[in-house]
Design a protein around this ligand. Structure first.
Ligand SMILES: [Zn+2]
Length: 322
């Protein structure tokens, strides 16, 4: 028997074709676009709808039907790596996500008694996101481009399979550096949000390549603000500061010397053991103006607006020290 689709019935009802946005017909193990001129078919894999427009995406439907590695490997990790990951101190620390999600949670509940939030890159629980997830009034629709433990829907952020004004909130944490066209994704987020709907984004500025071939872009604080220029800012700043940036640079400097898997594993362990205390310096640094020019990861929280922030006003929002 085909596993049940684990989306709320009205969310499932609202799904639309990522190519032409027509409604979808559900029959057996697939969805079919109801628009006769499109008629695209979308498989359901292990109860998870795969709503990817193959003509536009870097992913194909077969990547998911065949369980190929997309962003995250399906093969799992060896025990040595899992053990090291669990027991070694980390070199990064998110200083703001918990507080930011608490703020987002109350702002959402002020607008709606049962807010619905689309999570892009939600296959695993993002740092601090438990603050939003634990609120039973908030319905998280967790989507991704790989089968993570929390993935309920496979979709590509460039072409979201939802009609306009579907969601009260969108979370896009550590995702926009991994998409080929972040401006298109920001436009899609704007489209699927209800008026005054809230977006929460975290995107790196000084952080080396992670996610291998799926890593494309970095943003300064103002670059990130411009990405969300059709939103009214509620808050923005650093979630991880210059100390984390330094720790990552140090680790990747060491890794630059070799492609040997064994040596790289040893170097990662060495980097973690010798650089982990650096992250605590960010408690002192992260909110200082001079640090905003050298920060590892920025956040932006804002409301969907009918206005676009003019570039002339954008440059007035520089908060660094240069
Ligand atoms: Zn269609």
């Amino acid at each position: 028997m085909q596993p049940q689709i684990r989306l709320a019935p009205d969310v499932q009802e609202s799904l639309c074709c990522p190519r032409c946005r027509a409604r979808l017909n559900h029959a057996g193990e697939q969805f079919t676009c109801a628009n006769p001129g499109c008629a695209a078919g979308y498989p359901i894999v292990d109860g998870i709808p795969v709503l990817i427009d193959e003509q536009a995406s870097i992913f194909s439907l077969d990547d998911f039907v065949s369980h190929r590695t997309t962003f995250v490997s399906n093969a799992g990790e060896c025990r040595v790596k899992t053990t090291l990951r669990r027991w070694l101190p980390t070199i990064d620390r998110n200083l703001r996500a918990k507080a930011n999600y608490r703020r987002m949670s109350s702002a959402l509940l002020e607008q709606s008694p049962a807010p619905r939030v689309l999570v892009l890159g939600g296959g695993i629980l993002g740092q601090g996101l438990e603050e939003l997830a634990r609120n039973t009034a908030v319905d998280l629709v967790e989507s991704d481009v790989s089968f993570g433990p929390r993935t309920r829907l496979i979709c590509d952020a460039h072409d979201l399979p939802f009609p306009d004004e579907t969601f009260d909130g969108v979370v896009v944490q550590a995702v926009l550096e991994h998409v080929v066209d972040p401006y298109r994704c920001a436009a899609e987020i704007h489209r699927v949000l209800k008026p005054r709907g809230i977006v929460y984004a975290e995107t790196p500025f000084v952080q080396q390549v992670h996610g291998g071939r799926y890593d494309f872009t970095r943003f300064t604080h103002l670059g990130h603000r411009r990405l969300f220029r059709r939103f009214e800012e509620m808050d923005s700043g650093a979630v991880c500061g210059p100390a984390m940036a330094l720790a990552w640079s140090y680790q990747y400097f060491l890794l630059s010397f070799t492609t040997s898997r064994t040596l790289r594993l040893f170097l990662r362990v060495f980097a973690r053991l010798t650089a982990f205390p650096l992250k605590y310096v960010d408690y002192y640094l992260a909110n200082r103006p001079a640090a905003l020019d050298a920060t590892a990861v920025y956040y932006f929280m804002g409301r969907k607006s009918g206005q676009t922030l003019p570039d002339r006003d954008l440059i007035q929002q520089y908060r660094g020290a240069i």
